[in-house]
Write a protein that binds this ligand. Structure first.
Ligand code: PRP
Length: 204
């Protein structure tokens, strides 16, 4: 029998995420009641959170996307380049950065500087997850969905080698070394109908 490795644990299940996103929507909406904000989603991870968050915001709003990449090997330096910039001129607008996770803070710090230089009327950030224990650069975050411990998480937009973004809940990886050796480790557990998959279910 094939050893599929330890089953991943749900850190936050789909119901918990749904409930918190609705709460965030009701906290954020009144702040932007007067002027339609521009929500800036940072590809790719935040796209799943964004799509649920906008539907929890009963206000007029716009969406735009940025894609950025760390210069090769310089992930810890905060030096990034813009792969796709905004289509929107945000001068004088209320800008809300939508992130899936703030970890070291380097990405958000760069975004706040880059977007701040465009002279928006206001600039705020909402992140679904805050891994504050890993912070290298202190950076303001106006709304946090969940503060999480320093564990490796997957699902609801967060990936490993491009896989797992479509898990409905948020999974904590309990054997990172094993996942590194086999990036598709959890595929048969999560999606047993996949070719080569097994009928086992992940623990909920
Ligand atoms: C993740 C996440 C944030 C960034 C946070 O993106 O979406 O943008 O890392 O990390 P930091 O606080 O340490 O800078 P990632 O680079 O994994 O790209 P992805 O969203 O395309 O998966």
């Amino acid at each position: 029998m094939t050893d599929l490795g330890p089953a991943p644990d749900f850190l936050i299940d789909a119901d918990g995420l749904r409930e918190r996103v609705l709460e965030l929507g009701s906290e954020i909406a009144p702040v932007y009641a007067a002027e339609p904000p521009v929500l800036v989603s940072v590809l790719k991870g935040s796209s799943v959170f964004l799509s649920d968050l906008v539907r929890a915001l009963p206000i007029e709003l716009e969406i735009d996307f940025m894609s950025i990449s760390s210069y090769g090997g310089a992930q810890q330096s905060g030096v990034v380049r813009i792969l796709k910039d905004l289509d929107t001129d945000v001068e004088g607008r209320d800008v809300l950065i939508v992130e899936d996770i703030v970890d070291t803070g380097l990405t958000l710090n760069y975004l706040r500087r880059s977007l701040g230089a465009r002279r928006p009327r206001t600039l705020r950030c909402v992140t679904l997850l805050d891994k504050a224990a890993r912070r290298i650069v202190p950076v303001p975050v106006e709304w946090v969905g969940f503060e999480i411990p320093d564990v490796f998480v997957l699902g609801y937009g967060l990936d490993y080698h491009g896989i797992y973004r479509n898990i409905q809940g948020l999974i904590a990886v309990n054997d990172v070394a094993r996942l590194a050796a086999q990036p598709d480790l959890y595929v048969p557990l999560l999606w047993p109908q996949q070719p080569g998959g097994s009928p086992s279910e992940p623990s909920a």
